[in-house]
Design a protein around this ligand. Structure first.
Ligand code: ATP
Length: 602
């Protein structure tokens, strides 16, 4: 039952609509119980001339309807029509209420799921492809609606069974018992097939998620796909993945179909038994033909209600698969980056005031047993610029990503202003940090909105000032609609250098006391780099900055340069100090500035 706690919460929020549904369902059951009676009126009284019950005769007299066969046939037709109209109106109202309640439940759940997905750590997103998250968000969230309708169905069926069962019992107790005799067999098949249906449904959802992830991956990397002409191979893989999904769906349909056949067989056997027993009673004159017809209609309703009631178990099982997939995301928390119970906010800094950032004996890795950073101890004073250099894969980006707490350290501490980042509110910590990531992610919104992403209320003048500082103003003004040009997804119509400058403008506008720059100028030409560096120099003043660069020209002016290799700090010092040593930095410097001879000597 615990697994239903969360979806039930979303269902319960719609209690007003659900109460309306319950009320209408009760009226609907009463109308359904009346449905076969016009037929009895027609056969027993209209055609066979049996005397009318006293109340009905009085009612017809009061309405001045003749009690002739033709009059009774007309009444029977009109009553059928009226019952159909009322029943139809009620079922329309039920459909509408279910649609509204269902949509609201799904929207509530998917909003929370989206919120959670956005907050989950990089680690989670590295393990789960985007396509899988999309499937959970757009498909699995329907589990609340499916669950509510399946859980509500028993109420509906119990009401129907109670209403129709009472009338049927009064009509003929022996036949009523016959009608319910099929229930145990239906229950057994429901339990048997229910388990199998759930397992199939889970496999099916996973196969669809794999397919969606593959499609997302191919479409997101379309330039690579076309450059390496992998279209054919991808098409084959798509075929294979969709064949797997189809096969699983087929198997699920087969199990569902078998379930339907077994239930149908049991119900039909029950109806046949009633036909036989009821027919005998009609021949013996103990039951009228009209009553038998009413009874048969009731039997169908009772069997349908019993079957649906028992099917609830089987039909809830496949929904559980989706519930589990949604809960997997919503219930992550303990093991992922999140605010601790006693987390406190990092107080905002006054403009131009930096923060101190300290790594104390930090060890961290992505995979258990494989440390990417080993016992790093490093401090940046407020306003200081620390540059990180080292071979590719040395752990530079990883080190920087620990400051905004994208990951939690294995051991040691990362402190901002002397406070362990794990005891700070994550949002308040990240609010004090501006970043330019290695991959300058841009959104499919206007250029101005992209720059103002971290400060949505910035004025146009502030946006332009940030763009000018990042040397982006000139190219933005050349775009078809300048700052209002809407970019394509990830800004793919811009060059790498243009994207990088927009990302830089975005970071500059955030005006945070800590600045983390991961290869901010890697895609710029030397002249543009020089002017961006100049802007950066202005910006770095009084801000604590970590800057990663392979191009040493970018970091020469840093207060301190830290050389990392294989997750450990090799050397620390200013450019002049490090060049004077015969270490890795000197070799990198020599190679980059073409002093091959000096590198060879070193
Ligand atoms: P570069 O200069 O190429 O950007 P780097 O010094 O910034 O390299 P990192 O990106 O920090 O290096 O990577 C350090 C190591 O961690 C590499 O071996 C990399 O493969 C691994 N790594 C990075 N991100 C992940 C991840 N999300 N999951 C698993 N391993 C990762």
């Amino acid at each position: 039952m615990n697994r239903y706690r969360l979806p039930l919460m979303y269902i319960a929020r719609q209690w007003r609509l659900l109460s309306g549904i319950l009320l209408i369902t009760a009226v609907y059951s009463a109308v359904a119980a009346l449905e076969p009676w016009p037929m009895k009126l027609l056969i027993d009284h209209g055609l066979k001339g049996q005397p009318l019950p006293r109340q009905l005769a009085t009612a017809l007299d009061a309405l001045s309807i003749p009690r002739t066969p033709l009059g009774l046939i007309s009444v029977s037709g009109a009553a059928s029509l009226a019952l159909f109209a009322v029943g139809g109106g009620l079922s329309l109202a039920l459909m509408w209420l279910w649609a509204v309640a269902g949509q609201r439940m799904v929207f509530d759940l998917s909003t929370d799921l989206f919120q959670r997905l956005q907050r989950l750590s990089f680690g989670y997103h590295a393990r789960h492809p985007v396509g899988d998250s999309l499937c959970r968000l757009s498909g699995d969230t329907w589990c609340v609606y499916n669950l509510s309708s399946r859980l509500f169905s028993p109420f509906e069926q119990i009401l129907m069974l109670a209403t129709v069962g009472t009338v049927a019992w009064r009509l003929n107790p022996r036949l009523a018992i016959f009608a319910l005799a099929a229930a145990p067999a239906l229950a057994a098949s429901s339990v048997y097939f229910g388990r199998r249906l759930k397992a199939r449904a889970k496999l099916g959802r996973e196969a669809h998620s794999r397919l969606a992830s593959f499609v997302h991956q191919c479409l997101a990397c379309i330039p690579v796909v076309q450059a390496f002409t992998t279209e054919k191979r991808n098409a084959q893989q798509y075929k294979q993945l969709s064949a797997d999904a189809v096969e699983l769906s087929q198997r699920a349909s087969l199990v569902g179909g078998l379930y339907g056949i077994v239930n149908g067989l049991v119900s039909t056997a029950g109806t046949a038994a009633i036909l036989y027993a009821g027919g005998q009673q009609v021949i013996a004159g103990k039951l009228s033909v009209g009553s038998l017809i009413v009874f048969l209609a009731y039997v169908r309703k009772m069997q349908y209600a019993t079957e649906t009631l028992l099917k609830t178990y089987g039909s809830v099982k496949p929904v559980e698969a989706s519930i589990e997939r949604v809960m997997e995301v919503l219930e992550i928390g303990e093991h992922e980056v999140c605010d601790s119970r006693d987390a406190r906010p990092l107080p905002p800094r006054a403009a131009g005031q930096g923060v101190s950032i300290r790594f104390e004996d930090v060890t961290f890795g992505y995979q258990p047993g494989r440390a990417t950073l080993k016992q790093i101890t490093l401090e940046a004073q407020p306003g200081e610029t620390v540059a990180l250099v080292g071979p590719t894969g040395a752990g530079k980006s990883t080190l920087v990503s620990l400051i905004p707490r994208f990951y939690d350290v294995w051991s040691g501490r990362v402190c901002v202003d002397g406070v362990d980042v794990r005891s700070l509110k994550v949002a308040s910590l990240r609010a004090q940090i501006a970043m330019v990531l290695q991959d300058p992610f841009l959104f499919a919104i206007s250029v101005a909105d992209n720059i103002a992403y971290g400060r949505p209320h910035a004025t146009r003048a502030e946006i332009i000032a940030a763009a000018e500082a990042a040397n982006a103003d000139a190219f933005i003004r050349q775009l078809p609609e300048g700052y209002d040009t809407v970019l394509t997804e990830r800004g793919q119509t811009l060059s790498g250098g243009e994207r990088q400058r927009l990302a830089m403008a975005r970071a500059l506008l955030k005006d945070a006391p800590a600045l983390l720059l991961d290869e901010p100028t890697s895609a710029l030409d030397t002249i543009t780099e020089a002017s961006v560096l100049e802007a950066l120099d202005r910006l770095r003043m009084n801000r604590t900055t970590f800057i990663i660069a392979h191009r040493l020209s970018t970091i020469r002016r840093a207060d301190r340069i830290v050389v990392l290799d294989e997750g450990s700090i090799l050397e620390t010092g200013s450019h002049v100090e490090l060049v004077a040593r015969s270490g890795l930095y000197q070799r990198l410097d020599a190679l980059q500035f073409g002093d091959v001879l000096r590198a060879g000597v070193a």
